[in-house]
Design a protein around this ligand. Structure first.
Ligand code: ADP
Ligand code: MG
Length: 287
């Protein structure tokens, strides 16, 4: 395409909420064959609600929520919203481990909240009664985080969110555009599969740590695929930069938007298909 055509395409995009960093980004859409979609906040609304609490200690939720009040993660918001406001306690030494969970001192105890494996890394053993509750909630497709201190997991919390309206139709459109959608998430496999089935995605990569999202993009690239990545989180930024083309949801974090080539003001998957169509029109390819 001529430079003028690319500029026209870029400005058309801007009018419809597809913000493109530079004309060459539009050219890079050409030849993309795999579109990797982050789950939480990209395919799903990212607004999570607490659906179940199982605890061996009455203070588990309030201690967990006290820590999560310092985190921006959708899971953190769900726990804070699910706890009584007047139950929140002072926290010291808060630390956030991206894609894993949070830690800090509450009521003199060193509390860990996050993935079951993260709590285990912090020396918290899972009692059998709670292990059963985790298995049941995960089998039902929920995302489960745990809270523990003093060597033991003391509460488990099931949270879930919904797929965005129109997500299934948008995935359908992406497929008709010849792209293979892949769902990529740090969440557990059951929860990931539930969402994938609901929107019609056949390939799922679950349980990945933030730094592994880059590895997964590179693995696809080594297999000869040209990869576009769509995400919204801090944990997606490196993968967005690594992919041939990075697309960030406009409702997402600044880190994601600055790592991306394209920001979608309308944070819906339909806008991804629109961006692909725009680039193909601009480059004069008929699809
Ligand atoms: P996604 O890839 O779906 O956007 P993340 O990489 O942000 O997910 O998180 C992966 C997992 O890490 C979550 O499912 C959760 O188990 C855990 N986690 C991350 N941040 C937090 C937090 N603030 N509180 C509790 N758990 C967390
Ligand atoms: Mg996300």
């Amino acid at each position: 395409a001529t430079p003028v055509a690319l500029l026209v395409g870029t400005s058309r995009g801007a009018q419809s909420g597809i913000l493109i960093t530079g004309p060459e980004a539009l050219e890079r859409v050409r030849g993309i064959d795999v579109i990797v979609l982050d789950k939480t906040g990209t395919v799903t609304t990212g607004v999570m609600t607490l659906t179940e609490v199982t605890a061996t200690d009455d203070t588990a939720l309030s201690r967990a929520a006290s820590l999560e009040a310092y985190s921006e993660h959708p899971i953190a918001r769900a726990l804070v919203a699910g706890a009584a406001t007047d139950s929140l306690r002072p926290v010291s030494g808060f630390v956030s481990a991206s894609g894993l969970g949070v830690t800090g001192t509450v009521d003199g105890a060193h509390v860990v909240v996050g993935r079951p494996a993260f709590a285990a890394d912090h020396g918290c053993v899972m009692p059998t009664s709670l292990a059963a509750a985790v298995a049941t909630a995960e089998a039902a497709g929920a995302t489960v985080v745990v809270a523990g201190w003093d060597g033991e997991v003391r509460g488990i919390f099931a949270v879930s969110d919904r797929v965005k309206p129109g997500a299934r139709a948008a995935v359908d459109r992406l497929k008709r555009q010849g792209l293979t959608p892949v769902l990529l998430t740090g969440d557990n496999e059951r929860a990931a599969n539930r969402v994938a089935t609901e929107v019609g995605i056949d390939r799922v990569i679950a349980g990945v740590l933030p730094e592994q999202k880059v590895d997964e993009v590179q693995r696809l690239q080594r297999a000869g695929q040209r990869v576009a990545m769509v995400g919204d989180g801090v944990n997606d930024a490196a993968a967005l930069a690594t992919a041939e083309l990075g697309l960030a949801m406009g409702t997402g974090t600044d880190a994601a938007m600055s790592a991306a080539d394209i920001t979608l003001v309308r944070a819906e998957l339909g806008a991804v298909a629109d961006a692909v169509a725009l680039s193909r029109r601009t480059l004069g390819t008929i699809h």
